[in-house]
Design a protein around this ligand. Structure first.
Ligand SMILES: NC(=O)C1=CN([C@@H]2O[C@H](COP(=O)(O)OP(=O)(O)OC[C@H]3O[C@@H](n4cnc5c(N)ncnc54)[C@H](O)[C@@H]3O)[C@@H](O)[C@H]2O)C=CC1
Ligand SMILES: O=C(CO)COP(=O)(O)O
Length: 334
């Protein structure tokens, strides 16, 4: 039995809490918002985040962040925009031997840092790991078979996370490539948003296959330039998460994209859907690509659609009329 505090009572935090509680771990969920906890206590669920899923009564719920003290593992389940502020708030209470497990997918605005880099700044003495992969909360919470991976510079800690979180319906692989796992997990949201736009426009399956295939290429191109391993992008955190997010109606990124494709203003589409990590990640990834001199044509066009009012039709035309390429020669280079 492990002692685990999950920061964030959103869909993913709650789904992991249910899974860990079912596996016999001692689980506490922290929320910044008393109303989320009151709603769960009153109704047994949090319909706004995880409709139709009952939250185990054995899970402890609190707004007191000192509940992160004395735990084997603290799982960060907060949208990326708020990871730094929540981790700074938690830092005084976190013991040095607690393993921090990041699940947030995104890059920090401004600094363009990965989430585990942000967390390392907040918890300089702790081991920081990432847990990522194709894992929609709606399915994790219902015990639908799911595979993910965990990456950490400390192999012993990664093995501990694997042993602690694996069960009959949740299979955790260890991966040694922290950068690749985080970049794949964060940037697939950009491509999923674009895939949603194509679906909203009523484009075809060929289009989506093209977007996913060329999308993982440009994600890998950026990731490799940052120090990631090429193979990682063919794994769960890369193509695995890209497939589920581009194809599932659970995906908020895809759903926001569908609204945009049907003509809703991008900022309004995000407002309607809620947590749409791919929105800010498109800007952050595009800024990072420019800074590093990496070509990311789909990300660039999506940034223009989302933030500069570029017509989607023009962006698609531009992508389709780029200079001819040899797929083999240009594999990860352009
Ligand atoms: N939902 C999913 O299927 C999965 C989500 N993730 C990632 O997990 C992270 C969290 O996503 P979800 O749980 O889906 O989000 P969500 O929208 O369901 O819930 C977000 C939760 O974060 C907390 N929160 C929001 N604003 C906050 C603030 N200012 N300060 C402190 N806490 C705040 C609240 O407890 C809120 O319920 C995201 O980065 C997402 O990409 C990763 C894998 C799967
Ligand atoms: O990361 C996810 C599934 O692995 C969740 O995707 P959305 O944020 O698009 O819902």
């Amino acid at each position: 039995m492990a002692t685990i505090t999950i920061l964030g009572s959103g869909g993913f935090g709650l789904s992991l809490a249910i899974m860990c509680d079912n596996a016999g771990h001692d689980v506490t969920v922290w929320s910044k918002f008393q109303d989320e906890i009151d709603t769960i206590n009153r109704t047994g669920e949090l319909k706004s985040k995880l409709p139709g899923v009952l939250i185990n009564k054995t899970i402890k719920l609190t707004t007191d962040i000192s509940a992160a003290k004395g735990k084997d593992m603290v799982i960060v389940g907060i949208p990326s925009n708020f990871v730094r502020s929540v981790c700074e708030e938690a830092a005084p209470y976190i013991d040095k031997d607690t393993i921090i497990v990041n699940t947030a997918k995104g890059l920090e605005a401004g600094s363009l840092k990965r989430m585990t880099e942000v967390e390392k700044e907040c918890f300089p003495d702790n081991i920081i790991a990432v847990l990522t992969g194709p894992s929609h909360a709606e399915e994790v919470a219902r015990g639908i078979p799911t595979t993910v991976c965990t990456a950490c510079e400390n192999r012993e800690a990664a093995n501990f996370i694997q042993q602690t979180l694996s069960n009959n319906t949740f299979r955790v692989y260890v991966n040694d490539d922290v950068i690749g796992c985080e970049i794949g997990g964060s940037l697939k949201n950009v491509i999923a948003l674009a895939a949603g736009v194509c679906d909203g426009l009523g484009l075809g399956d060929n289009t989506k296959a093209a977007l996913m295939t060329r999308g993982i290429r440009e994600i890998a191109r950026l990731g490799i330039a940052m120090g990631a391993e090429r193979d990682t992008f063919a794994g769960l955190s890369g193509i695995g998460d890209l497939i589920v997010t581009c194809c599932s109606m659970h995906s908020r990124n895809r759903r926001a994209g569908i609204l945009i494709g049907k003509g809703t203003d991008p900022a309004e589409a995000v407002r309607q859907v809620g947590t749409v990590e791919g929105y800010s990640c498109t800007k952050n990834a595009y800024d990072l690509a420019k800074k590093m001199g990496i070509e990311m044509p789909i990300t660039e066009e999506l940034a223009k659609v989302l933030f500069e009012g570029a017509p989607v039709g023009e962006s698609i035309k531009k992508l389709m009329s780029r200079p001819s390429k040899n797929e083999t020669e240009s594999q990860f280079l352009s």
